[in-house]
Ligand binder design. Structure first.
Ligand SMILES: Cc1cc2nc3c(=O)[nH]c(=O)nc-3n(C[C@H](O)[C@H](O)[C@H](O)COP(=O)(O)OP(=O)(O)OC[C@H]3O[C@@H](n4cnc5c(N)ncnc54)[C@H](O)[C@@H]3O)c2cc1C
Length: 358
């Protein structure tokens, strides 16, 4: 007689379908009953988003429905709002039990719930750029610099002004790399104003007031001041004591949340002492997936892999052919780093990693 008893798979809930969450869910979907909880129905390759504003068809490849790469996982489109020792509560009132939990809510927040809405958003952004003669970009981090690069290369006749509150661009990498980005933008006639902030509520007839008392005139603006970290919702949960004073999730060397043996924290949300990059978030995801497999399949604590914080490695694209890079303590700019990132913005590589055609 056939034994009809099935071995019940362990439930692994992954909260956050960004760079880290998508990789961990993809890697574990055949080893566990994986549930991905995300605010939106799709994964978007973040560093491709600015190209999508100047070339909306680019988003066809970089905005990917979760179910396309997770055929064997359950997908819940909602915000996670609470966590207890064995359950997650979503904003829609769904309680889902877990054996293991992975928190990867990075830099949360989204303006579009579905892929269709996101693609339409990029068509609107593109139209906004096309119909403007002058454009103000607020924020000189990677988003502001990359957007200024994309617009100045694809629309060289537009007047682009970038206003940044800090004393230099790209504060997350070295000052030499930042200087290279500034020089490149100047060579493309982008006006960069440093040490000033813009009051976006004070705009009147295309005149924007900046903190030094001067004004900038522009037909439209893009707010590139960055998204807040997606950890504030954890303050009301069982994990509230696992956040440091900056709101980062404190993890141990195995990437488990300190004091919680069955909860992992990965990606930008963690307190790992390194620059916050998708490249690192993917490495965290691989270590967490490896450790979860060990715990699920072998129940082995002793062989858990340790994550070693990585040295700085960052590429900021400058239009379609050039980039500036921080490689450990070395800064380079121009066509060589551009060849690595700027042509397809690692979209093919990321799609292959998710098991999709590049
Ligand atoms: C313009 C730009 C260019 C960049 N270029 C590079 C680059 O070239 N190379 C590189 O390595 N890195 C780059 N980065 C950095 C990289 O994008 C981040 O480090 C990476 O996205 C972090 O991944 P994550 O999974 O931790 O978080 P995210 O990718 O931010 O994902 C967080 C996910 O959590 C979800 N979420 C948030 N709150 C909740 C909730 N309560 N419930 C459910 N879901 C929730 C969100 O919907 C989102 O899907 C760039 C970033 C930007 C903005």
């Amino acid at each position: 007689m056939e034994d009809s008893r099935e071995v019940k798979k362990k439930v692994v809930i992954v909260i956050g379908g960004g760079v880290a969450g998508s990789v961990v869910a993809k890697t574990l979907q055949d080893n566990a009953d994986v549930v991905l909880i995300d605010l939106k129905e799709y994964y978007e390759i973040p560093w491709a988003s600015l190209r999508s504003s100047v070339e909306p068809s680019f988003a066809e490849k970089s905005v990917i429905n979760h179910w396309d790469y997770l055929p064997n996982a359950r997908i819940v489109t909602s915000a996670a709002v609470n966590i207890t020792r064995n359950e997650v509560l979503t904003a829609q009132g769904c309680l889902i039990a877990y054996d293991y939990l992975v928190i990867a809510t990075g830099h949360g927040g989204t303006d579009a719930r579905t892929r269709t809405e996101k693609l339409s958003h990029y068509r609107t952004e593109h139209q906004k750029i096309k119909s403007a003669n002058s454009i103000l970009i607020v924020g000189g981090g990677p988003t502001g610099v990359e957007l200024a690069g994309e617009i100045s290369v694809d629309f060289p006749d537009k007047k682009v002004t970038l206003v940044h509150r800090g004393s230099r661009l790209l504060e997350f990498i070295g000052s030499k790399a930042a200087r290279m980005a500034l020089d490149w933008l100047a060579s493309k006639n982008v006006e960069v104003i440093l040490g000033q902030s813009v009051d976006l509520n004070s705009v009147s007839d295309g005149v924007y007031r900046i903190s030094g008392g001067e004004t900038v005139t522009a037909d439209c603006h893009f707010d590139c001041t960055g998204k807040p970290m997606g950890s504030s919702w954890l303050r009301e949960t069982d994990l509230k004591n696992s956040l440091d004073i900056r709101g980062r999730l404190m993890v141990d060397a195995n990437l488990r949340v300190k004091g919680h043996e069955n909860v992992f924290g990965i990606g930008d949300i963690t307190d790992i002492p390194e620059i916050k990059q998708g490249y690192m978030a993917q490495k965290h995801a691989m270590v967490a997936a490896k450790n979860l497999k060990l715990l699920i399949v072998e129940g082995k604590e002793s062989r858990l892999a340790k994550y070693k914080p990585a040295a700085p490695l960052a590429f900021v694209s400058l239009g379609r052919k050039e980039a500036v890079a921080q490689i450990f303590c070395m800064s380079i700019s121009g066509h060589i780093p551009g060849m690595i990132k700027s042509k397809d913005l690692f979209v093919g590589k990321m799609r292959r990693q998710l098991g999709l055609k590049s």
